[in-house]
Design a protein around this ligand. Structure first.
Ligand SMILES: [Zn+2]
Ligand SMILES: [Zn+2]
Length: 404
């Protein structure tokens, strides 16, 4: 443990005058860690913050960190959030700072989100807010949808009165530096579901002597695929991601045995969290009815639940105004993103906005093995966050409104 700390310090922790957010990002990229296992990443973040002379609150909801800048004067409280977990993907690229962890990589750009927020931390340590408080929050375990909720279990964080919460995600497929934003639902609610059907095996020559779940499995798949038709008013989508039937021995089919077990896995999503709740209870009811008819037993479990990320109109407007002040192109989206983001948990607690920054139209997609965060976005995001902070905490916002 100590050896690791020393190694990390030697590699990358820089004094404030020589801190380089791109070098910091690339170092995070070299040492990715999976959700819930981000010990070393959290340590890098905390040590770098301490190098800026700051005192981070650490270990929130696992490996989360919050650093607070208090002007000591009355005013608003704003929170800016970055995530820092990586993915179980083998990096396929020949770059000097490629992942040194086999089978794990920063394929979603959370290294870049964290480097952007660290650049904001450096700025604020030299130019603290003039009114109110600014909190910078570094969040683990975004990819599993558990990190934000776990941090909100922290009693200190839960009792904070936050007026504005902001975060961004980089997004390939859109022009570099373009701000993509939308009020109300910005990213979908989603959940994984595992449905297991238990019957009884029998000799393959006498399937009628057992309880094969074959027909029930086909019905389950059809039921899942038809589910969105019952919610025509909203965006609803289901994807069957895996199905298996029967017994195998070392991956080989048991030709002499009629199946006694089936499993179907699917992902459900909607732009409205309540619809997802309704989809969940419909599946439970319909599977239970199906199994009663077929005399099968079922077990249903739900994984990686994400609520929809809901933006406030006012905070979207603030982001748009500050993006324009920096001459960044802005695209107002008509449809929410189909993917999910657990920033939703913070947005359910406090008003704010999650937005995207385009990573380039032809940039490899998120979670691709050749993806790499575009370093240009570190400055773009840092400048946009700084503009929001200036607007809210350094008088410009107040002066403008008082002048009108
Ligand atoms: Zn991701
Ligand atoms: Zn991500």
């Amino acid at each position: 443990m100590q050896l690791k700390s020393l190694a990390v310090q030697k590699i990358m922790i820089a004094p404030i005058e020589s801190f380089d957010p791109v070098a910091f990002r690339r170092c995070l990229h070299q040492y990715p860690e999976l959700s819930h296992c981000e010990h070393r990443t959290a340590e890098m973040i905390n040590q770098q913050l301490r190098q800026f002379g700051l005192t981070p609150r650490t270990g929130l909801g696992g490996h989360g960190t919050v650093v607070e800048f208090d002007s000591g004067k009355p005013g608003k409280t704003s929170l800016f959030r970055a995530d820092f977990d990586a993915l179980p993907i083998q990096e396929q690229a020949d770059r000097p700072y490629a992942s040194r962890q086999a089978g794990v990589m920063h394929a979603c750009g959370h290294d870049g989100h964290t480097a952007s927020l660290m650049a904001v931390a450096k700025h604020l340590s030299e130019h603290p807010p003039q009114s109110g408080r600014v909190l910078l929050l570094f969040q683990p375990a975004e990819e599993t949808g558990a990190g934000a909720a776990a941090m909100l279990q922290d009693p200190w964080l839960a009792e904070q009165h936050i007026d504005s919460v902001f975060a961004y995600h980089n997004l390939p497929g859109y022009p570099l530096n373009t701000v993509l934003i939308k009020p109300n639902s910005f990213a979908c609610a989603s959940t994984g579901v595992t449905i297991e059907l238990f019957g009884k095996t029998s000799h393959a020559a006498k399937p009628e002597d057992g309880l094969p779940p074959t027909a029930a499995m086909i019905n389950t798949i059809e039921l899942i695929q038809r589910l969105p038709l019952q919610f025509p008013e909203v965006f609803a989508l289901t994807t069957v991601v895996h199905a298996s039937l029967g017994e195998t021995t070392n991956g080989e089919a048991a030709f002499g045995t009629a199946p006694g077990y089936a499993k179907v896995l699917a992902t459900l999503r909607s732009d409205d969290s309540q619809t997802l709740v309704a989809m969940k209870s419909l599946i439970e009811q319909q599977i239970s009815a199906l199994c009663a008819t077929e005399q099968l037993r079922s077990e249903i479990s739900w994984q990686e639940w994400f609520n929809a990320a809901v933006n406030s109109q006012q905070h979207c407007q603030q982001v748009i105004e500050q993006a324009r002040s920096l001459d960044l192109p802005v695209e107002r989206l008509k449809e929410p993103m189909r993917w999910s983001e657990d920033m939703a948990e913070f947005l359910a607690q406090w008003p704010g906005a999650l937005f995207c920054l385009g990573s380039g139209e032809h940039h490899p997609q998120l979670h691709n093995p050749d993806y790499d965060f575009p370093d240009t976005l570190i400055d773009t995001a840092c400048n946009l966050f700084r503009a929001l902070i200036n607007d809210i905490h350094c008088g410009t916002h107040q002066a403008e409104h008082e002048g009108q």
